[in-house]
Design a binder for this molecule. Structure first.
Ligand code: MN
Length: 441
C-alpha cells in the first residue's frame, strides 16, 4: 500500500467533539456524502456526516472554505443529488475530500471560530436524509457463493450451484424507481403465489424477507460500446452504501423461471443515506477471496493482479430485527446475523468489468448491489430464507416471538463498518425499514 493521504491519518481530530468518539461511525477520516433537508426547510443540500452532526457543503462554500476547488466541483456541490459529484474525475473528488477534512479539522482554519462553526454544522437529528443519488439504473448481483449455494439447495436440491456460477458474475437488472432511503416504510406487497399443487392465488406475500447487501455507486461512467477493463474498474466506483433488497420469496419462487426476479423484488429496495467514498476505504482493502484449488481461475477479462491483491474490502455487516412488541417494550433490536463482505466470490471490480464487457454503459449514480452477503456459518447468512432454512428453523427473537419470515411492524436494521489495527474505525450508518401491512385485496 502506498503512503496514506493525510485525510486518513488516525491521529486526525475534528472540532466536532462527537466525531472524536471512538464509537462513532463518522470520524473525520470517513467524511461520507449524502443529501439532507434541514427541518423547516425544503431545500435539499449536499452534506457530510461528521460525528452526530452534518456539515452543510453549501455553508462551507459560503464561508470560503472550499475556495481552492475548481468551479465545476463547487457547482456539483450545489446540486440536490450527488450524481454530478459522482461524475467528476477522481482527482477532483480527492481535492474536495481534502478541503472538507481541513475545514473540519481540529487544526484547521476555523478550529477556534465558533461563529463560523455554527453556520456549518447542524445536528443530524434536525435533518431528513434523502436518497443520495437519482438512480437511473440499478443492477443486483449474486456475488456470494454461499448465498447462491444455499438458495440453490432450497429451490433445486439436486443441482444447487449452477455450472455457470464460478465463471460468470450473475446479476439481473433491478427496478430503480422503487429505491427508497433508509427510514421509509415498506408496504407488504401483494402478488401471485402457488402453494404446493393448489391453483395459484393472489394476496399479500406470506414470505417477506430482506437481503443484506452492499451497494456501489458508479462514479464516471463509460460510453456505450466501450468496456471498462478490470485494471481500471476501481476508478468507476464512487463509493459504497448499505442495501436491503427486500424480497417476497413466495412470489419469487412462482415467477422466477425462466426470466429471473421480477415482482418478488421490484416493490422496494432500501439504501442507506450516506455514501462512503472509495478514498476513505483505502486502509481496509484486502486481497480478494481465495478460490478453492479446484475452482476455475477467472477468465482474463475478470483477472488482474492488483484486483486479486487488494480488490476485497474488510467490512463487517450485521442485520437486526426490531418487532412491534420489542419497540413497545423499549427492547434493543435483536441481531439475526453478522457477516463479512470479504466472503464474496466476486470483487466489485470484477462486477464492473463483467457488467460493461458487452459494451453496456454505466452512468454516474447507477447503483450496483452485491447480492446477499452470506458467509459459511449459519449466523453469517444475510437473508431470513437462509437463516431459517425456508422457515423450517424459525428464529426466536429476544422478545420470545418466533420468526420464519418478516411480520408487519418488524423493522430490519442493517449496519456495516470497517476496522483495522492502527486505523480509525469507520461506519456506514444504518439502512432501516419497517414493514407496513398490505393493502386490502
Ligand atoms: Mn438481492
Amino acid at each position: 500500500m502506498t503512503a496514506l493521504p493525510r485525510t486518513l491519518s488516525p491521529d486526525l481530530r475534528s472540532w466536532v467533539d462527537s466525531a472524536n468518539d471512538p464509537r462513532t461511525d463518522f470520524p473525520i477520516q470517513n467524511l461520507p456524502l449524502g443529501v439532507f433537508v434541514h427541518h423547516g426547510s425544503d431545500d435539499a443540500r449536499v452534506g457530510v456526516a461528521i460525528g452526530d452532526q452534518i456539515a452543510d457543503v453549501r455553508a462551507l462554500i459560503d464561508a470560503g472554505l472550499l475556495d481552492a476547488l475548481d468551479p465545476r466541483v463547487l457547482d456539483a456541490c450545489k446540486a440536490t443529488r450527488l450524481n454530478a459529484l459522482m461524475g467528476l474525475e477522481r482527482s477532483s473528488l480527492r481535492s474536495l475530500r481534502l478541503a472538507v477534512s481541513d475545514a473540519l479539522s481540529a487544526e484547521g482554519p476555523i478550529a477556534r471560530d465558533a461563529a463560523t462553526q455554527a453556520r456549518i454544522v447542524i445536528p443530524a437529528a434536525e435533518a431528513r436524509l434523502l436518497t443520495p443519488a437519482a438512480v437511473e439504473n440499478y443492477t443486483d448481483f449474486y456475488a456470494s457463493i454461499e448465498h447462491a449455494t444455499n438458495l440453490g439447495s432450497m429451490f433445486r436440491p439436486d443441482n444447487p450451484l449452477l455450472p455457470n456460477y464460478k465463471w460468470v458474475p450473475i446479476g439481473y437488472h433491478g427496478r430503480a424507481s422503487s429505491i427508497v432511503v433508509s427510514g421509509t416504510e415498506v408496504k407488504r406487497p401483494l402478488g401471485q403465489t402457488r402453494d404446493g399443487e393448489q391453483p395459484p392465488s393472489f394476496g399479500p406475500t406470506a414470505r417477506l424477507d430482506y437481503e443484506l447487501e452492499v451497494g456501489a455507486f458508479v462514479a464516471r461512467g463509460n460510453r456505450q460500446g466501450e468496456r471498462v477493463r478490470i485494471e481500471d474498474a476501481e476508478d468507476y466506483v464512487f463509493g459504497f452504501c448499505l442495501v436491503n433488497d427486500w424480497s417476497a420469496r413466495d412470489i419469487q419462487a412462482w415467477e422466477y423461471q425462466p426470466l429471473g426476479p421480477f415482482l418478488g423484488k421490484s416493490f422496494a429496495t432500501t439504501v442507506s443515506p450516506w455514501v462512503v467514498m472509495s478514498d476513505a476505504l483505502v486502509p481496509y482493502r484486502v486481497p480478494a477471496r481465495r478460490r478453492a484449488a479446484d475452482d476455475p481461475a477467472p477468465l482474463p477479462y475478470l483477472f488482474s493482479e492488483r484486483d486479486q491483491a487488494e480488490g476485497g474490502l474488510a467490512m463487517v455487516l450485521e442485520v437486526s430485527i426490531l418487532s412491534q412488541r420489542m419497540r413497545e417494550s423499549r427492547m434493543d433490536p435483536y441481531r439475526v446475523s453478522i457477516g463479512a463482505f470479504n466472503d464474496m466470490y466476486w470483487t466489485t471490480a470484477q462486477l464492473i468489468a463483467h457488467h460493461t464487457s458487452n459494451g453496456c454503459n454505466l452512468r454516474p449514480g447507477d447503483l450496483l448491489a452485491s447480492g446477499t452477503v452470506s458467509g459459511p456459518t449459519k449466523d453469517s447468512r444475510g437473508s431470513l430464507i437462509e437463516r431459517t432454512w425456508r422457515g423450517s428453523e424459525p428464529l426466536t427473537l429476544s422478545s420470545g416471538e418466533s420468526r420464519a419470515f418478516l411480520a408487519d411492524g418488524d423493522e430490519v436494521i442493517i449496519r456495516g463498518w470497517c476496522e483495522r489495527q492502527g486505523h480509525r474505525r469507520i461506519g456506514f450508518g444504518e439502512c432501516r425499514g419497517r414493514v407496513a401491512p398490505a393493502d386490502a385485496i
